[in-house]
Design a protein. Structure first.
Length: 489
């Protein structure tokens, strides 16, 4: 892809990197040992919270494919417990809880006292020669630093989404993956759903004509407050949590590096803008990533966000209602709406000039839209519309497991085209970064593709489209009536 379309410019990075030669040597050496003794792929876990437990479970289930957990890292000692949770209020549900460093070590069959393999210092894991692959499932603000260090040490990597907190960090990860020739998968497990490949084929065959509008969203409504359902335990103390390690690298908007220890901030960090964008990262990234994979992989030229913190006034500093509009120079718009205060969903669709693709579980539907007949579809969905075509498929029993199976195949074949490669992850992160900036400033945010950075706007946006309209007015897919010739001067 060309530099001007917002994609990764590998050539420029390699030319500016003095260590490129030695890095290629490192890549060759690490390739030679990509599988360890007995054909094993040895896995280290950086971060042992809730999402990490799903990855540990996947690795344990896939031991027959040569996966072996060999090291774990987390800033909290951890807790194994059974407790009762009121959800909804008045209804008690029995819950099992096992997260943190030492419970995860025992789950992986490791000795919790082995400080070389069970540690709060992630570099000990990254630098180990008997670790081939790392799983990064820490809070978002740690992702980039750990990813860059891991790849420099010759590790392949599965990194949770969002891949980074900022566009700069995201493209640094892309550049490093190419430089060190690492196999990287971003943990958007929904990319394993077969429905996306069906839609991709239809769109590539021009079944809906040019894409014009992509729509998705996420809607929750929990009386406890979104992300407050993550448990706070009395065992989370300044003695059991390495608080300074948790605070970690400074990212945009995180100026308070001396925050006092706080259990809620630690356990429910998604509610704090210094560590998360709330719905603008936690939900936007996994929802838009599959849609981005359906077309040309570019960063939108302009992103605008509206919304605010309207109802969930519980100390959080992230919004509870947002709508994001991303405008692409290829001529289509992506719209994402999310709220934590209403659970009624929206349709997930890709609209084109000739039709619309709609996604439901186990089914992809096509609705013909024929501009030759004028508008024949209803203006309101007062009743279901019958699709022109639909294709049923069997959903995966476990998308995370399917993602892992694909990832293992890519590692063994040294195929960088994972289900969600870093290039795709970087575009999603960039949109999230632009959306956060727009939300905070109240202004649209633009993308400078030449320098790969966020930029402010000016009056040129609409003017450029006006010029393009005049240039293409003779062939824009329209059939003007005869009387339109009277519009000529």
């Amino acid at each position: 892809m060309a530099e001007t379309d917002g994609s990764v410019d590998r050539r420029r990075f390699l030319e500016q990197t003095a260590t490129a030669g030695s890095a290629m040597v490192l890549a060759a050496e690490s390739y030679a040992r990509v599988v360890g003794a007995n054909n094993q792929i040895r896995v280290g876990f950086l971060g042992c919270g809730g999402r990490a437990q799903a990855h540990i479970n996947a690795v344990l289930k896939l031991k027959k494919l040569g996966l072996s957990p060999v090291a774990v890292c987390d800033v909290w000692d951890g807790l194994e417990d059974t407790y009762y949770q009121e959800s909804p209020p008045g209804q008690r549900t029995r819950r099992n809880f096992a997260q943190g460093l030492y419970p995860s070590a025992r789950k992986c069959g490791l000795n919790p006292k082995d400080t070389a393999k069970v540690t709060k210092e992630y570099r000990r894991i990254v630098d180990r020669k008997d670790v081939d692959l790392v799983v990064i499932a820490t809070p978002d603000h740690w992702h980039a630093r750990m990813a860059l260090d891991a790849m420099a040490a010759g590790k392949d990597m599965l990194i949770e989404r969002p891949m980074a907190r900022t566009a700069t960090e995201a493209f640094q990860i892309v550049d490093a993956a190419h430089l060190y020739q690492r196999i990287v998968a971003v943990g958007v497990q929904s990319m394993a759903d077969p429905g996306w490949e069906i839609a991709r084929n239809w769109i590539s065959q021009h079944a809906i004509g040019p894409m014009v509008h992509l729509q998705t969203g996420m809607f929750h409504n929990d009386i406890r407050g979104e992300w407050r359902y993550y448990r706070i335990a009395k065992e989370m103390t300044s003695k059991t949590v390495d608080w300074q390690r948790f605070l970690g690298p400074t990212v945009e908007g995180n100026s308070e590096k001396n925050l006092p220890f706080n259990r809620a901030t630690f356990a429910q960090w998604r509610c704090n803008r210094q560590f998360s964008g709330g719905p603008l990262t936690e939900w936007l990234v996994p929802k838009i990533t599959p849609l981005l994979s359906l077309g040309k992989l570019t960063v939108p030229r302009r992103v605008m966000t509206s919304g605010g913190l309207f109802w969930q006034h519980d100390g959080r500093t992230v919004p509870d209602l947002v709508t994001v509009c991303a405008d692409f120079e290829e001529g289509y718009q992506l719209q994402f709406t999310a709220t934590t205060i209403s659970s009624y969903p929206t349709e997930e669709v890709v609209r084109g000039r000739l039709g619309t693709v709609k996604f439901t579980k186990g089914n992809v539907q096509l609705f013909e839209d024929n501009p030759l007949r004028g508008n024949k579809l209803p203006n309101r969905l007062e009743q279901p519309i019958s699709p022109t075509r639909s294709q049923m498929y069997q959903p995966n029993d476990n998308d995370s497991l399917s993602m892992w199976e694909n990832f293992i195949d890519c590692i063994r074949s040294r195929n960088s085209a994972t289900l969600c490669p870093p290039e795709l992850g970087a575009v999603a992160v960039t949109i999230a970064h632009m959306a956060e900036r727009s939300y905070r400033t109240g202004m649209p945010v633009f993308w400078d593709s030449e320098h790969r950075q966020l930029a402010g706007g000016d009056n040129s946006w609409a003017e450029r489209w006006d010029i393009a309209s005049k240039q293409h007015q003779r062939g824009a897919g329209l059939m003007p009536p005869d009387y339109q010739s009277l519009a000529e001067d």
